[in-house]
Design a protein around this ligand. Sequence first.
Ligand code: KIV
Ligand code: ZN
Length: 392
Amino acid sequence: MTRKIWVFDTTLRDGEQVPGAKLNLYEKLEVAQQLKKLKVDIIEAGFPASSAGDFNAVKEIAMKVGNTEDTIITALARAVKADIDAVYNSVKYAEKPLIHIVLGTSDIHVEKKFGKSKTQILDIGVDAVKYAKTFLPDVQYSTEDASRSDFEYLWATIKAVVKAGATIINVPDTVGYAEPEEFGELIFKLNDRLKNVNDKVLLSVHCHNDLGMATANTLAAIKNGADKVECTINGIGERAGNAALEEVVMAINTRSSVYKACTNINTKEIMNTSRLVSSFMGLDVQVNKAITGDNAFAHSSGIHQDGLLKSRDAYEIISPIEVGLDDMELVLTARSGRHAVKNALEKLGFNQLTDTQFEGIFEDFLELADAKKEVYNHDLYVIVENYYAKHD
Ligand code: KIV
Ligand code: ZN
């Protein structure tokens, strides 16, 4: 039986925590719109209590990208009323809003970070869920540092917050400490207990990459019953980053008989999304990065090239077409005209441009085309990014 795995994208929240990767409002809207085109199930649009700008960006994304039922919009709150208010007041404009609450469960978090007892922290979590439920039916609860938590306390927390109304339980490997076999076992045990208590509640995972195992841990969780995965584009995120959406999704697709799972992701939008995020955030993708790196589909050795010419599957497990590398790149010139430029921009994922923005960008395009003669996709990213930076 093939299970559908929910894909939750946190590029705009965990991803945006990367130093120097801050986006302005226009860029956030573009990324969110592109994530919708990629068909992620849930977009985490930010952390609204952190600043007025973040609050406003989440609100705009809820209004403009969350305007249809196919994409759930959420944002992060600590387990305090002010944060939950900020999330509700920004995501409420979406057709399908979700409140996401986070609170630690490991001894390190409970005792050292909060200086409280386990019972006190559990009660704070339950009260936060009850408060969030007064606003919305859908509430996700993240047990921060779950992979380093005492199992029985972790389970007691999950049971209590589910009783209080949490509809998604997210199990983070916050510091990327877990290893696949152990993390898979944790998810197996939690899933077994959770489904006995309430089989409607989704079990989710959120893995960090400190030991380079975020994708492996996420896939191990899927094998062991996880219903939902949290990822970012190009694996960006706090410290060494998060599980890379493109790696998790393409592993599920390519090895579907192993994972017995599928996602809604429109894989043909993977490259566009990767390039958009990389360009806006100013974070280059490592050339040998799986799926989205420049060399991921390049074959250089003579032996490999010879093999590929005889049979592509000799050295190719994924067709580049599947991830959106099939489009021929049209080289634009000063004579290309508005229509060709608009079309090229839309193909790259710039779907949100107003007429005024487009005219400004077109002027910049003409200036570059006059100077450089030929304008490529990578030039277009720079033109748009500079335009947004000037008009922030
Ligand atoms: O890494 C983490 O634990 C988080 C939570 C907010 C889910 O980012
Ligand atoms: Zn995280």
